[in-house]
Ligand binder design. Structure first.
Ligand code: AVJ
Length: 321
């Protein structure tokens, strides 16, 4: 019967935590050990990331905001009227406000994020700020194909992918995501994307090794999360944050380093670390405008316009399918 089926069904949180545990065990079983960066964004992680965005050393957020503020009319012209705006990895959607305030009669707004609580809070707030707008939050991993609910009607779809989140992905995964987005937006669809640019190594280093240790706390929170949600037994004080710029790949490589030889357990599985051993947690790719244009062109998008700041530290590009 229906009620029998319902009582046996696990709730969403239980399924999520089971998948998280399985993913952690798989990642820690690899050589070198790695943990997927999407797991950094639990509730606490999302809060810490918001704090990172406020740091004086962390230039990307405020630089992108300034680019958006300065060019929002040109951006709204490119997107056009009656568009459905789909935002990937929306987080607290700070930059979205600027867009939503300037878009010409937007049809709907679909924020997509992996952090449920964060997403729903944002949706509630935006509903108050934009009472006329159709808002459909979607709890999802945007690296998987997503679907627009059939009730949403707009003349065209535009994906907004700010924050240089694309930089988390290795180039093959970035290409795959571009193709998914291309399929999602369909003909005459758009992609408005923010990405971080290559620059002085000291500036990059400071942005990922802030003096207050917020970035370190954000990274190490993943071990606390494993302890909380995956029956982990990490002694977090025996691990350190590491972020270094790799010139050859043009990316910041972020990891958690074991400060001693140690053994830990996660959900009954045993993991050994030697002193100095790393768990890779995140990449943050830094691009050139040309390199980024080439990457997009490889997936049938055409770059229509690019906006940047006077130091050329960050760029926002509008592409059309
Ligand atoms: C959210 C992926 C853009 O790469 O700068 C910031 C994540 N990690 N500090 C970035 C991050 C550590 C951030 N992105």
């Amino acid at each position: 019967t229906a009620s029998f089926g319902a009582s046996r069904r696990k709730n969403a949180t239980q399924v999520e935590s089971h998948e998280f545990t399985a993913d952690v065990i798989e990642g820690l079983s690899q050589t070198p050990k790695r943990l997927h960066c999407k797991h950094l964004y639990d509730r606490r992680g999302s809060q810490l990331f918001d704090q990172i965005c406020e740091l004086s050393e962390y230039y990307p957020t405020r630089t992108e905001l300034a680019i958006m503020n300065r060019n929002v009319d040109a951006i709204a012209d490119q997107i056009g009227s009656n568009a459905t705006l789909v935002e990937l990895g929306s987080g607290s959607s700070q930059k979205t406000r600027i867009l939503l305030d300037h878009l010409r009669e937007p049809a709907a707004y679909l924020p997509v994020d992996i952090s449920r609580g964060h997403l729903l809070e944002t949706a509630t707030r935006l509903r108050v700020e934009h009472p006329g707008l159709d808002i459909h939050p979607l709890v999802a991993d945007f690296t998987q194909p997503i679907q627009i609910p059939p009730s949403v009607r707009g003349e065209k779809v535009c994906v907004y992918f700010p924050g240089s989140t694309i930089g988390n992905l290795e180039s093959q995964d970035a290409l795959k995501l571009f193709r998914n987005i291309h399929d999602l937006v369909g003909p005459k669809g758009g992609l408005l994307i923010g990405f971080d640019l290559q620059k002085d190594t000291d500036v990059l280093h400071a942005a990922y090794n802030d003096s207050q240790g917020i970035t370190a706390a954000f990274n190490l929170n993943l071990l606390h999360r494993i302890n909380r949600e995956a029956c982990g037994e990490f002694n977090v004080s025996q691990f350190e944050h590491l972020a270094v710029y790799d010139q050859t790949h043009g990316r910041i490589e972020i990891s958690i380093v074991s400060t001693c030889d140690q053994t830990t357990h996660v959900a009954g599985h045993k993991f050994h670390f030697i002193k100095g051993e790393r768990i890779h947690t995140e990449y943050s790719h830094k691009y050139t405008i040309e390199g980024f244009r080439d990457m997009a062109a490889a997936t049938d998008f055409t770059a229509r316009e690019v906006w940047t700041d006077e130091r050329e530290w960050f760029a926002v590009m509008y592409l059309e399918s």
